[in-house]
Design a protein around this ligand. Structure first.
Ligand code: GCU
Length: 840
């Protein structure tokens, strides 16, 4: 037996009954007594005006009842019409119209669709929505206040900043989710809509509490079979379940459906039979889902079919659908994510970042009024740092929406903590200065800047069946911030985060401070250890988009180029010498980006191709900045788990343990990132690190230098994903043993063991000192972190475990044993014996 009890316990799930995350920020947890006492007068009854059981007003009353009971411990009766009696100490909820017809004119003229008026006066509460879902939003606002111990009198009118506040799911009909990291779909399985829609209803509740008013449940890479009669009926059931929450359903379309599903010979958008096919399908859909929000279309992108096949324009395609849904009040979200993924990388002036403007600018004014062009926040693809997409500034006659990504595809896939609110804020607040006038992105997508009626937000969420929704409890701050920003983008990212913390984890000051600190540090840290200075995330773009893979960016058609050579790096997007992308921005912004002197450091490599020795505004060279940033970022990531550990006992056991496991994982993988990226550019440029850290690991024992039995040295891809470019691995189904005599001074150390956790099995490991068991563990991250890493030894699968505070004497013998399992070989990269304060 290898097992030492205490260590095993620390790694077990610690299954003390606790919360599982299902209620997200809507836990309605009982307020601490001190705060409860501030509620001097609690309403005694809830009055719901004009509500049938399927109305959001009815749901609002239910929520108010559950919330007040949970938070304050008082079970209030709900009175529905016609039994209404006005009571001075009631919570009254309904629409303005219902109130007016009952109690006389209550004209709140500043309310717009979905908006609400909330009045709290000495314990008497009135919540009036401009429409039914507005009333529900107002109820959630009130509940959020009391859940946070805020009983102050208030009289507010709250209106959404933009009419479109959608979420997109990338769920496939088979039940998998593209870029989903929290288990299978809650919507689909085996080609059909699932029978039990309980989770869908719970999701709708979370979305409604943020003011989200529509969802597209199926992947933008859409399956034509969504439009079979059986699936239309299924969509109807989804819509029925979500309707009481005011969440409408829209769907993603496969552009070739008339051919692939309908059996037509063509899917030409101007062909009469194709138009007829879509018209009839649309009628069938609206028959079952009369409030269908509309369509989402990804065409001519990444291999998806589209109108260009027939020499038709993207506007022809969008308008085809716009006409079909127009009689029903539907809209078409047409994605601007159109580019050639087979671009010629040898052409210096070729640039994927130019694609959206090239495809859409000349179509401005050609889209029908119910078309909205949905634009990813940056010109490429949800990278850790991008400038705002220039397309926002280039189509003033067209409705636009911004697409943000809650699922952290390029930001650590929920296995790393990255609070993205601050990134979104930078983009939304960015002033594009169109025609020399203030033109913040948020004002453009709200329709204000160019006087458009439609516009807003689309967030790619990808929740799954995991009870934490996103796979990570802390990642829920991103969904929360997304919804709140879509309602009001002027809000502060940290303030939103703190609302979410209080609602999700309670009122303890240290809980608030600690989660605030690690969350606010998380995006800068991730940027530091993934990709700096605007070079993008530097992940392996040809595989899972998770771990490091800097070489994969260049020399292929995907266009996420860095143009890294042995002497230079960065995309030249200047007007005179480069791809001209800087010139797609309005003149005042173009001038800043076109000139290396005025381009901010954090975007220098996005816009300029420079020697590694180029000096930044900060005074550092590019290469030294890379090295320093990676060491700094990885060091910050080491502090997250200990910070979280300081909250032990203040957070329920299940969420505490699950978060801790992820933060420890992140600490190890941040070092994988650091070493891989630093090693890659060190190798490529040959320029040493001034601080002599890169390639210099005095506290590591490389696996290949240990006495090996069964383990054999092996290369990994990329080579920098192994310390000293070499790891060791067993054969399939083999066993390995690696032994080393420790030659460090006597002392207390942390022992970090680096290995690879690949798909296809759960290898079994043990570590021993002088034959005494130190740790037993399994290569089962795919289960514990809930997503697929890699089938190979690489930057995705590279990971490490750390055992803290081990007394080591010079001459002690360290042994690692590994047992392969299934297709997973046992592997080892290095062991680091780390004195206190050393991160390596
Ligand atoms: C990214 C992502 C794809 C997705 C695409 C899109 O490229 O990796 O999985 O389909 O974006 O937004 O359409």
């Amino acid at each position: 037996m290898w097992i030492r009890q205490g260590i095993l316990l620390a790694f077990s799930a610690g299954f003390v009954a606790g919360e599982n995350g299902l209620n997200g920020w809507l836990r309605y947890a009982s307020l601490p007594e001190a705060q409860r006492q501030q509620a001097t007068s609690i309403p005694s009854v809830i009055v719901a005006l004009n509500s049938t059981t399927t109305s959001p007003v009815y749901v609002a009353a239910q929520e108010l009842q559950a919330g007040i009971e949970g938070v304050l411990g008082a079970k209030l009766q709900v009175l529905h019409e016609p039994e209404v009696t006005a009571s001075s100490l009631s919570v009254l909820v309904g629409t303005v119209a219902a109130y007016t017809s009952k109690y006389g004119n209550r004209n709140i003229s500043s309310l717009i669709a979905d908006g609400y008026w909330l009045s709290v006066k000495a314990g008497s509460v009135i919540i009036l929505g401009q429409n039914e879902r507005g009333a529900l939003y107002g109820a959630f606002d009130y509940l959020s206040r009391i859940s946070q111990g805020n009983f102050a009198d208030v009289d507010v009118v709250s209106n959404p900043d933009a009419p479109i506040r959608w979420v997109n799911q990338w769920d496939n009909l088979e039940g998998t989710i593209e870029r989903g990291y929290a288990g299978p779909s809650i919507f689909f399985s085996d080609g059909l809509v699932v029978k039990n829609l309980t989770r869908v209803s719970q999701y709708a509740r979370l979305l409604a509490s943020l003011g989200i008013n529509a969802i597209v449940p199926n992947n933008v890479n859409a399956n034509p079979n969504l439009l079979t009669a059986e699936n239309i009926e299924g969509l109807g059931r989804i819509a029925d379940i979500m309707r009481p929450y005011g969440v409408q359903v829209g769907i993603s379309l496969n552009f070739a459906s008339p051919e692939r599903l309908g059996g037509l010979k063509t899917f030409d958008p101007l062909d009469a039979t194709v138009i007829k096919w879509w018209t009839e399908k649309t009628e069938a859909l609206y028959k079952r889902v009369p409030d269908l929000a509309g369509y989402l279309v990804k065409a001519n992108s990444e291999g998806q079919p589209g109108p260009l096949t027939y020499n038709r324009t993207l506007a022809d395609a969008a308008n085809l659908f716009a006409k079909a849904v127009q009689p029903f009040g539907g809209i078409v979200m047409f994605r601007a994510f159109v580019y050639n993924h087979l671009a010629d990388w040898t052409v210096w002036r070729a640039d994927r970042a130019n694609a959206a403007v090239e495809f859409f600018k000349h179509l401005d004014g050609k889209f029908l009024d119910n078309v909205v062009v949905q634009i990813k926040y940056g010109p490429i693809d949800f990278q850790v740092r991008e400038p705002a997409s220039p397309l926002f500034a280039n189509i003033p006659l067209t409705n636009t929406a911004i697409e943000l990504q809650i699922t952290q595809e390029y930001l650590g896939q929920q296995s790393h903590l990255v609070y993205v609110g601050p990134l979104w804020k930078e983009i939304l607040d960015f002033d594009l200065k169109v025609d020399g006038k203030p033109s913040a992105v948020r004002d453009i997508v709200a329709g204000r800047r160019f006087n458009k009626k439609l516009g807003g937000y689309a967030g790619v969420v990808n929740v799954g069946t995991n009870t934490s929704w996103l796979g990570s409890h802390l990642a829920m701050s991103n969904l929360y911030a997304y919804g709140r920003l879509a309602w009001n983008p002027k809000q502060d990212a940290q303030a939103l985060l703190q609302d979410w913390i209080r609602l999700s984890f309670g009122h303890d000051r240290s809980v608030l401070d600690t989660i605030t600190k690690i969350s606010m540090e998380s995006w800068p840290a991730y940027e530091n250890y993934s990709g700096n200075l605007g070079i993008q995330t530097l992940t392996d773009i040809l595989y899972t988009h998770f771990g490091p893979g800097p070489a994969s960016q260049d020399n292929n058609g995907w266009g996420q180029w860095t143009r890294a050579t042995s002497t230079h790096i960065g995309m030249d997007r200047t007007i005179a010498n480069g791809t001209g992308n800087a010139g797609q921005y309005p003149p005042e912004v173009a001038k800043v980006y076109d000139n290396i002197e005025t381009t901010p450091d954090n975007l220098i490599l996005w816009f300029h191709h420079v020697p590694y020795t180029h000096r930044l505004h900060s005074g550092k060279t590019v290469i030294q900045h890379f090295y320093d940033a990676h060491y700094e970022g990885a060091a910050v990531a080491q502090t997250f788990a200990p910070a979280w550990e300081s909250l032990r006992g203040k957070i329920d056991a299940q969420r505490f343990d699950e978060v801790l496991f992820r933060l420890k994982y992140q600490a190890g993988h941040a070092i994988v990132w650091r070493d891989n990226i630093c090693g890659f550019y060190h190798n490529l440029s040959g320029i040493p690190d001034e601080a002599k850290r890169v390639g210099n690991h005095p506290w590591r024992i490389q696996a290949e230098s240990m006495a090996l039995l069964g383990f054999k040295p092996t290369g990994v891809t990329p080579a920098e994903a192994a310390s000293n470019f070499t790891a060791v691995a067993t054969a399939r189904n083999g066993t390995g043993e690696a032994v080393a005599t420790l030659n460090f001074p006597d002392g207390t150390y942390d022992v970090a063991i680096a290995y690879y956790d690949i798909l296809g099995g759960r290898a079994h490991y043990g570590a021993f000192i002088n034959e005494e068991p130190l740790l037993e563990w399994y290569g089962n991250l795919e289960d514990r972190l809930g997503h697929a890493f890699s089938e190979k030894l690489d930057g995705h699968s590279a990971t490490r475990v750390t055992i803290k505070n081990i007394d080591i004497k010079k001459g002690d013998v360290l042994k690692i044993i590994g047992l392969a399992n299934g297709n997973e070989t046992a592997s080892l990269d290095y062991v680091a014996i780390l004195p206190r304060g050393i991160v390596d």
